[in-house]
Write a protein that binds this ligand. Structure first.
Ligand code: FAD
Length: 223
């Protein structure tokens, strides 16, 4: 086990099924890096709000971006701390009772402050975001215009502390159910990248622009 990044405070310590929990930095980073989909929770006008977003992890931070007018992004910098949740659903755990049925998953909760980036730091973060989502893509497209950059907010969430919860199955049935007639097992799920579909318009639609290396690599990687 490596260094731990959570579990020291009640905020990040699992109480329910703590045996499924992990605070190991590398294990948490692996889950954060296995998807770019997160949900960000903050307080907007005094009320809680959770919205989905893209994220890319850079060291002990998460980068998120969006429209400069996004209430979510604005409220993130106004809150002393935000909570970012990342979930990968790996399957359905079908137990012999509905009570013991659940999902197979890897999920992470991150807690920490968010900071608005500006100037060169913002531009570098935007590059890391695009290359974190599709590695190598930034060198295949035109540079973002000043107006596009100014209409975009980029935030850095410091991973102050974090927790992971990992449920893999098989079902954990009650002893008296195990010899019963009901089927039990796991239905695995997988999110995969399918064959890319070219845009129907312009030169791509006319078939003169081949699928670029970044998109081919992404497809070959599978997700
Ligand atoms: C895909 C999916 C489906 C789920 N379905 C259900 C459901 O239907 N019903 C249900 O009750 N629970 C479900 N869970 C589990 C749920 O996320 C909570 O872990 C559980 O409800 C316990 O809540 P609690 O407030 O008692 O957690 P506590 O253990 O009190 O939480 C304390 C701290 O532990 C950490 N923690 C708790 N849960 C997680 C987590 N999932 N991932 C990372 N860190 C965590 C956080 O840091 C949190 O602040 C599901 C989880 C996933 C990923």
């Amino acid at each position: 086990m490596g260094t731990e990044i959570g579990g020291a405070s009640p905020r990040s310590r699992l109480r329910r099924l703590p045996e499924l929990g992990s605070y190991d930095t590398e294990e948490i980073y692996a889950i954060l890096d296995a998807t770019t989909l997160c949900h960000v929770a903050t307080i907007v006008d005094g009320l809680p709000m959770v919205l989905p977003s893209l994220h890319v992890r850079v060291g002990r931070t998460l980068l998120v971006h969006g429209s400069r007018s996004s209430r979510l992004l604005r409220s993130m910098t106004e809150s002393p701390s935000v909570c970012v949740s990342v979930t990968i659903v790996d399957g359905l755990i079908v137990a012999r009772s509905t009570f013991n049925s659940s999902m197979a998953y890897r999920s992470v909760s991150v807690f920490g402050p968010a900071r608005l980036l500006d100037g060169e730091e913002k531009e570098a973060a935007l590059e890391k975001l695009i290359n974190g989502i599709i590695p190598g893509r930034s060198s295949e497209v035109r540079p973002s215009s000043e107006s596009e950059i100014s209409r975009t907010s980029v935030l850095e969430v410091t991973i102050e502390e974090a927790s992971a919860k990992i449920s893999v199955g098989p079902p954990d049935d009650d002893d008296e159910d195990v010899e019963g007639p009901a089927w039990a097992g796991v239905i695995p799920f997988r999110m995969i990248a399918e064959e890319p579909i070219p845009a129907p318009d312009g030169a791509v639609g006319a078939g003169t622009v081949p699928v670029p290396a970044s998109v081919r690599r992404y497809r070959e990687r599978g997700s």
